[in-house]
Design a protein around this ligand. Structure first.
Ligand code: ADP
Length: 254
């Protein structure tokens, strides 16, 4: 018997399949316009990778913003619970989780048993999320995956606009004025770091601190968060998969 966890995000859909002997398979797809199709595609790929059929799957649990649309799922679970379960499996010493995804950012506090004790979330404004970095990277003629290696912190220029649309105009103006593009990129990372660190401080930060979500792939944001919070930030290797991993573990535990 095996369990599947699906994290159908605003930008990317992630799936984790766990076999009875603990062997894991992972897949990621762009969510696109249809969360339902993304989920069906993930299940098909995961089953193919593991060489098993749908009848070998004990349970499928779904999380993420698109979870309600998923007809394959036996149960839907909140992202908070799934991220906490996934991170505590990978990093049991973590007490604070910072997750930055495509359209929201969250801070989750967990206790010694890995249970959620409190959380804060920003899903109202694109600033401080992956969307902010995607829009501004496009304005700079780049892909988000290139930002971290291109930033130049020695020439950092603060990006002051709170709104993503205004920030886009601001950086176009800065570049037109001859300001270093790589310094602007460092400023973008600082802007996301400041915003999310402020939310974390309001909730209260207890070490160790883990950073997850697709934005955690960007080491520039991790550096900015570490500087803002004055502590080490640990990025698990599977940072974008922690929600799907948590959902799969919960499905296996039922
Ligand atoms: P969601 O669950 O909301 O779809 P994710 O946690 O999957 O969000 O994160 C998606 C975000 O991760 C994108 O908006 C993008 O900013 C960022 N991202 C994805 N891949 C990369 C990468 N290779 N390098 C840097 N950032 C990335």
């Amino acid at each position: 018997m095996a369990g599947i966890g699906l994290d159908i995000g605003s930008t990317a859909s992630k799936g984790v399949l766990i076999m009875e002997d603990n062997q894991q398979y992972r897949e990621i797809l762009a969510t696109g316009w249809s969360p339902r199709e993304a989920a069906a595609g993930l299940v098909e790929k995961l089953l193919g990778n593991a060489g098993i059929g749908r009848n070998d799957i004990h349970r499928i649990y779904a999380t993420g913003y698109g979870r309600v649309a998923i007809k394959e799922a036996d149960k839907t679970i909140t992202e908070i619970k799934c991220h906490a379960r996934g991170v505590c499996q990978l990093l049991p010493e973590v007490r604070t989780i910072i997750d930055i995804g495509g359209q929201d950012s969250k801070v989750i506090r967990v206790n010694e048993q890995g249970q959620v004790v409190d959380f804060a979330m920003n899903d109202k404004c694109a600033a401080g999320t992956g969307r902010f970095l995607q829009v501004t990277a496009t304005a700079l003629g780049m892909d988000v995956s290139e930002l971290a290696q291109t930033e130049d912190r020695s020439q950092m220029v603060s990006v002051n606009s709170m709104c993503t649309v205004f920030a886009e105009s601001e950086i176009i103006g800065l570049i037109a004025g001859g300001i270093s593009r790589n310094g602007v990129i460092a400023g973008l990372h600082q802007s996301v770091g400041k915003r999310v660190a402020a939310m974390a401080r309001r909730l209260g930060v207890k070490e160790q601190v883990a950073f997850t979500g697709g934005v955690a792939i960007n080491q520039g944001v991790g550096r900015a968060l570490s500087e803002e919070l004055g502590c080490e930030i640990i990025v698990p290797e599977l940072c974008q998969f922690t929600g799907a991993l948590g959902a799969a573990l919960l499905a296996m535990e039922m």
